[in-house]
Design a protein around this ligand. Sequence first.
Ligand SMILES: [Zn+2]
Length: 350
Amino acid sequence: MQAIIDDYCGARRSFFANRKTNPNAKPPKKTRKFHTFTWRATGISYKRGKLRLSMGLDEDPIWIKIDKKFYKKVPAEVSLVYNRTTQQYEFHATYATAPKKSRTIAGSAVAVDMGEIHPIVTFDGLTSEIYNGREQRSKVRYREKSKTNINRKLSRCKRYSSRWKKLKRAKDKTLAALYAQLRDMRHKITSRFVSTCHERKIETIVIGDIKHIRQSIQYGKKANEKLHQWAFSKFRDLITYKAKALGIKVDTQDEAWTSQTCPSCGQRKKPSRRTYRCRQCQWQGHRDVVGASNILTAYQGWFFNPVVGAVVSPVGIRYNPNLCRLDKWSPFSGLKSSKPSKRRQRSTRL
Ligand SMILES: [Zn+2]
């Protein structure tokens, strides 16, 4: 009962918080087909290899068999969730894990510039990495294209007719698949980036703050549409929570002018091509690295970047489905895992 009340209050709170920034926000009016049922810590206990989920005084509790590696801890929360893909209910258990205390180099920071062409561009004072966004952009384009295509067909037929329903199902299915693919890409890119920071013992990740962009700048219809599809806040949230789990601090830095200022002498100039060339001091470098470099300089409180002359050409990281973490860290590393023994591995090889 408490979990239901909490959910309701949480939804109310987030709605009114959303209202403040978006006055047109409306509360959801659809009735949910499948409800998520949640047990809080007080209703969960653990006995003889089974989780006991309390169903209240008058009802029998639910018993769930669990894997050996989860024996050590009682979950902080368990919920019964409907999975649309498998069309089954599943139990999700949430475990509290303490943030890892990793040894970092004091004062080390990586600046992150998020843009539309490249989702993440990083600069740590010496090296720069550019995460290529081509794959993601083409997925977004494809999504918008198929959306308009099906919407056109939908508008031609009568609402709730069998043809309409068929098209609607096709639309939902396509969009859900593309949504999952985009989310997967975001996860892989951010995991790779945060794990790189972890491996290099970085203390702080500085994210360029572009909150003001969407409200203040009007680039015209086409560019605005692109900006809105831009998953900036999603990237930021993913980086923030992944970094926190590894004990890396996350800070923001106002991004105003950072992409237009020469990192070497501070002269402002709008870059027109892929390479930034300063008229005053002849400094030149990759346009996207300029932003990240200036964010780092501004964050550290310097007027100009003394080492920027040494910037080597940036390393490009292209998305591929096998992109993985560099540090092999997993949020479950605090829990015991049952790895297959070496002996068994040898026998299978024979
Ligand atoms: Zn210059």
